[in-house]
Design a protein around this ligand. Structure first.
Ligand SMILES: [Zn+2]
Ligand SMILES: [Zn+2]
Length: 241
């Protein structure tokens, strides 16, 4: 099996849904391929974040939605386990957690990018590193639209690099930081007009705001007050030149 062949099997493998022969092929490949092991670990971490968050889902959600979500996260040996892509799981959970809210697309975005933060933090290898100016230049040349990369926001935060995430194919820039060694992400999307909001999603804080036709989403596990302070520093550093 080649790495490329493993890709479509990653989610069903993590869900325990592959036929025995396919599962054995995947395991054999993983035993010999550290990058694919990292890839599977990241998928697993994201899945665990989704299922852990289910416990906190809002009571007011419609029963059918709650039931779908319960099946999604049921024990892996159950026959009723439903395989969903993580993007679908994120949308479902966002709908559960925020059902009844306005500005419906924003919680889905926050949930998807939080899962991306979880996965990409586990797959640090593919990022591009450099100074803020170098990273912004890289992004503009590579993907044809400008971003401004904020420097490290305070002395506890360091800039780790930028990533093109598989899920967004260059449509969202993922700028990675470390805060006291823990991952912190700033996402920049090519649209604007979102109302500023803060979400508690998958055990993370996700702060969303728009400025100059860009949407920014800061994701991390630091206390909310701390996250808000970091977002305020970034905002002061904007707008785009
Ligand atoms: Zn591989
Ligand atoms: Zn990413």
């Amino acid at each position: 099996m080649r790495c490329k062949e493993l890709e479509p099997l990653a989610v069903p493998f993590v869900d325990g849904e592959l036929a025995d022969a396919d599962g054995a092929d995947v395991r054999a490949h993983l035993a010999a391929c550290p990058p694919c092991r990292t890839r599977i670990d990241a998928e697993r971490a994201a899945r665990e974040a989704v299922c852990a968050a289910r416990e906190g889902m809002r009571e007011g959600a419609p029963p059918a939605l709650r039931a779908r979500c319960a099946r999604l996260c049921r024990g892996r040996h159950s026959r009723r386990w439903i395989s969903l892509t993580l993007a679908a799981a994120a949308s479902l959970l966002a709908a559960l957690i925020w059902f009844g809210g306005t500005d419906a697309g924003t919680p889905v975005l926050a949930a998807q990018l939080t899962l991306d933060h979880v996965k990409c933090s586990k797959m640090n290898g593919a990022r591009v590193s450099g100074s803020p100016v170098q990273l912004a230049a890289y992004w503009r040349e590579r993907y044809g639209w400008p971003i401004r990369v904020p420097a490290a926001m305070n002395d506890r935060v360091s800039l780790a690099g930028v990533r093109r995430c598989d899920s967004s194919e260059g449509g969202t820039a993922h700028i990675m930081y470390r805060i006291d060694g823990r991952p912190l992400s700033l996402f920049i999307a090519r649209d604007g007009g979102r109302t500023p909001r803060i979400f508690d999603v998958f055990g993370h804080e996700a702060i969303v705001w728009s400025s100059d036709d860009r949407t920014y989403v800061l994701v991390g596990r630091e206390p909310r007050q701390e996250m808000e302070a970091l977002a305020a520093i970034i905002r002061k550093d904007l707008p785009l030149q």
